[in-house]
Write a protein that binds this ligand. Structure first.
Ligand code: THU
Length: 160
């Protein structure tokens, strides 16, 4: 038996002012998207914005449903929209922000497991890492240089 140790490295910025300008702009798009969330059940608003290599930005927010599992997270709303609208473009950066309607969300909110799997699919497809930045409504911004840092041992198509 051998032990397998998995390490990951993330960068933590003190606040949005500290991140590069281009990312600030992308995060502002995510904040705008977050304000369009449809979240009457959870009261938790999430916004995602994706910068593509063709210069376009695609954004999305969580969309809930009275039949709870039929709703969709912001990350997948945005990434499937990007894949559907610009199938040839590569995704360079993704900005995520989340805000509860019940309390101030000041800790960085990472994408859920299902969204990590969805993002992984596109990272493998395009053979280029996607930089992921995530935050709450305020406070620290965490950067991951690749989805792979957030989801070690990914399940991907080469095994099929
Ligand atoms: N949500 C997202 O949009 N992204 C995540 O990564 C985690 C959760 C949404 C789904 C649901 O509408 C609400 O947040 C509460 O779970």
């Amino acid at each position: 038996m051998k032990e397998l140790k998995i390490e990951t490295t993330l960068q933590v910025y003190e606040d949005l002012d500290e991140v590069p300008n281009e990312v600030q702009q992308l995060m502002n798009e995510a904040i705008n998207a977050r304000n369009n969330a449809y979240s009457p059940y959870s009261k938790f608003n999430v916004g995602a914005a994706i910068l593509l290599d063709n210069g376009e930005t695609v954004s999305g927010s969580n969309q809930e449903n009275a039949s709870y599992p039929s709703g969709l997270c912001a990350e997948r709303t945005a990434i499937y929209y990007a894949g559907a609208k610009y199938p040839k473009a590569k995704m360079l950066k993704m900005a995520l922000t989340a805000s509860s309607q019940n309390q101030v969300t000041s800790k960085p909110i990472p994408p859920c497991g299902a969204c990590r799997q969805a993002i992984a699919e596109y990272e493998v497809k395009q053979n280029l890492p996607i930089e992921i930045y995530f935050m709450g409504a305020e406070g620290k911004v965490v950067k991951s240089n690749s989805l792979a840092n957030l989801l070690p041992l990914i399940f991907e198509s080469s095994v099929l």
